[in-house]
Design a protein around this ligand. Structure first.
Ligand code: DC
Length: 227
């Protein structure tokens, strides 16, 4: 399929494999947009959390998903800045409670369908890298390029620990590792769009690679399509 602005590139994988950092850097190199689709689930979670809705209540979560109006603004650094009902939520979306709630609300198939449709709308003309869990399998099964990143949970926990400490935030390795494993388990065993690699995805294990090496591998994969 040929799209107006170039390919749709799907980057999927577990949390902490560097999907966001790498996807954004690759988008900058190639002049594409970049969207971290977990942001939509986090926005839904934030709203659910704030209104004290039970995240296991599928109908209430669906109603909340439908009530969210997403607007995306492409930034000079390739990212799509997301406004939810007119508000930019920024760092609030990265609180641990929000991440945990996101993993819970994302188990509901109908709420997922609402957010999936928003992702398809924003990316249908291509020239964009989407990072998530089910981009290559469900959101864009016809994506021109599909990449699946993996890394050992211990490596991902170390990376997260370093990030938090660098930001001067309190961090505990064991707690981070447990939280990563819990999310992996929930994301990959849920009935609706579980985390898994598309059969036609290029799999890259980032455990022993540095950031630059992963970016290089991803750009190389995209260039195979573009060339
Ligand atoms: O990538 P992230 O940590 O920002 O994602 C937050 C949660 O959203 C994560 O637990 C899984 C879920 N998610 C999803 O189910 N499908 C996506 N395409 C992206 C994220």
């Amino acid at each position: 399929m040929s799209r107006k602005n170039g390919p749709v590139v799907a980057i999927d994988g577990t949390a902490g494999t560097g999907k966001s950092t790498v996807g954004k850097a690759a988008a900058q190199k190639l002049g594409y947009g970049f969207l971290s689709t977990g942001g939509l689930y986090r926005a839904l979670a934030y709203s659910v959390f704030k209104k004290q809705i039970d995240p296991s209540d599928a109908e209430a979560v669906l109603a909340e998903a439908k009530s969210l109006c997403f607007v995306f603004q492409r930034q000079p650094d390739a990212t799509l800045k997301m406004f939810v009902n007119g508000e930019y939520l920024g760092e609030q979306l990265h609180l641990d409670e929000v991440a945990q709630t996101a993993s819970k609300v994302s188990t509901h198939a109908q709420a997922r369908a609402v957010l999936t449709e928003k992702m398809r709308q924003v990316a249908k003309d291509g020239g964009i890298i989407l990072e998530g869990r089910d981009i290559g399998t469900v959101v864009f099964p016809d994506a021109e390029v599909k990449i699946y990143l993996t890394a050992a949970p211990e490596v991902r926990a170390q990376r997260r620990l370093k990030q938090l400490l660098a930001q001067g935030l309190p961090a505990d390795y064991t707690h981070i590792l447990t939280s990563i494993k819990e999310r992996d388990e929930r994301d990959s065993t849920r009935a609706a769009s579980p985390l898994r690699a598309a059969a036609d995805a290029c799999q890259i294990d980032t455990s022993d690679l540095n950031r630059e090496q992963v970016i290089e591998a991803v750009v190389k994969e995209i260039n195979k399509y573009v060339a």
